[in-house]
Design a protein around this ligand. Structure first.
Ligand code: ADP
Length: 402
């Protein structure tokens, strides 16, 4: 049987339907390559058949000298569980690709031309897109028969209107160099905003998603379409993150260069790797920060207050952008687990109908606003691999029907 000719059962849809006779349960290898890591999962809807990470690629002492070697390790780990690259039950491979620019605004079947398109976007994501391309190159070689789909981190934000995506700089320069707000964490914002919208009484739902992990970003979503997001041309803009500064007066960069003689690369590293919570208090793990705050540590207290103040500002801004808000959703390692961050970020917003029930919040319940609140506040665990697998299967199905 040619598996690409039949309808694929989407095991994880919200209806909870069981596969029928003759349905193929779509099985997707999801690859998420960073500059020095490759994360993988094999998904069949909500089911996670295998998962793992190869880290410290290219670092001294690492088992993987480059991404190709890392994929060799992934292949070995999967083969041990009879789920290897050569498995006939694999339906497709879904690659998370960080930057799709303005060219790729939806999940895209990978062809030679698409590979060239992702290559052309390397200047916008110099660390990430080459890693994604390295993985794509290897898996296309290993399984040329299998559909491979690129799912872009930027794509969900492609609907952001020009008023929100345009930086107020010289127009000709901006257009020529692709300088605009793209936004990132798109698969997470898509997945969580869709789940959050199910909680809204009316439709179309207006949702604010706060994805708070090591990286952090906020988005404003109306009727399923993203209308604003906090990350910009790169993932440096916006919220305070583990090691990234988020919003900053650009003059700070000139000042660092003129006064400290730092090179552009040094400032890049400073703002991306030694700022945020790490720069403020020496810890980028929110658990450690919270423990220090509980012990009365003033540096940790300042760091947490800067973090939560920035969050509150974005919530207020996106309230104004949307005009009305049905649901605020917290996700990511911090959003899902940190009751203090959720409480502090939403303190003082009761005039907007936003409040947190301390008991529900402390327990980490899925709905943490009080009964009858104008705005529902929810904790929604993200699942980017599920989203990538689903979008990948969607492309395979559409391609079958064409
Ligand atoms: P990534 O962005 O790399 O996917 P995660 O979404 O897993 O990362 O988020 C990692 C962050 O979540 C870390 O800063 C970690 O401290 C934080 N975190 C995890 N568990 C907790 C917890 N129980 N309380 C507070 N923060 C937590």
């Amino acid at each position: 049987m040619d598996q690409h000719q039949v309808l694929i059962f989407r095991g994880g849809d919200e209806s909870g339907a069981a596969p029928g006779k003759g349905d193929i349960v779509g099985r997707v290898l999801v690859l998420n390559a960073g500059s020095s890591s490759v994360k993988y999962q094999i998904r069949s809807g909500a089911e996670r058949l295998a998962s793992g990470t190869v880290e410290r690629i290219g670092e001294p002492g690492s088992p993987a000298a480059d991404h190709e070697a890392a994929l060799g390790i992934v292949a070995g780990e999967l083969a041990e569980r009879d789920l290897g690259f050569d498995s006939p039950e694999l339906t497709a491979i879904g690659h998370r690709v960080v930057h799709g620019g303005t060219v790729f605004t939806e999940p895209t079947p990978i062809t030679d031309e698409v590979v060239r398109g992702i290559e052309a976007l390397i200047p916008l994501a110099p660390l990430h897109n080459p890693a994604n391309l390295a993985c794509i190159e290897v898996t296309r070689r290993l399984r040329p028969d299998l559909p491979q789909v690129a799912v872009f981190d930027t794509a969900f934000h492609a609907t952001i209107p020009p008023a929100a995506s345009t930086y107020a700089i010289d127009r000709e320069t901006a257009v020529r160099l692709g300088i605009r707000r793209y936004g990132f964490h798109g698969t997470s914002h898509a997945y969580v905003s869709r789940k959050a919208a199910l909680l809204a009484a009316g439709s179309p739902a207006n949702v604010i998603v706060l994805h708070l992990g090591n990286g952090a970003s906020a988005s404003a979503v109306s009727a399923g379409r993203c209308v604003d997001t906090s990350m910009g041309m790169t993932p440096l803009e916006g919220l305070v993150m583990g090691t990234r500064s988020g919003d900053l007066d650009p003059e700070v960069i000139f000042h660092l260069s003129r006064r400290e003689g730092l090179s552009i690369d040094e400032i890049d590293r400073l703002l991306n790797r030694r700022s945020g919570m790490l720069g403020l208090c020496g810890d980028n793990d929110m658990r450690a920060v919270q423990e220090r705050v509980a012990d009365g540590d003033p540096d940790a207290e300042l760091a947490l207050s800067v973090y939560c103040h920035r969050l509150r500002k974005y919530i207020g801004a996106y309230y104004a952008v949307l005009g009305a808000v049905d649901v605020i959703a917290f996700t990511g390692g911090v959003g899902e687990n940190s009751a203090p961050v959720r409480e502090r970020a939403l303190t003082g917003l009761s005039a907007l109908g936003i409040a947190v029930d301390p008991v529900r919040n402390g327990r980490g319940e899925s709905l943490i606003s009080p009964d009858g609140a104008l705005v529902k506040v929810a904790v929604i665990p993200t699942d980017e691999e599920f989203e990538i697998a689903e979008q990948t299967l969607g492309v395979v199905e559409r391609t079958n029907l064409e």
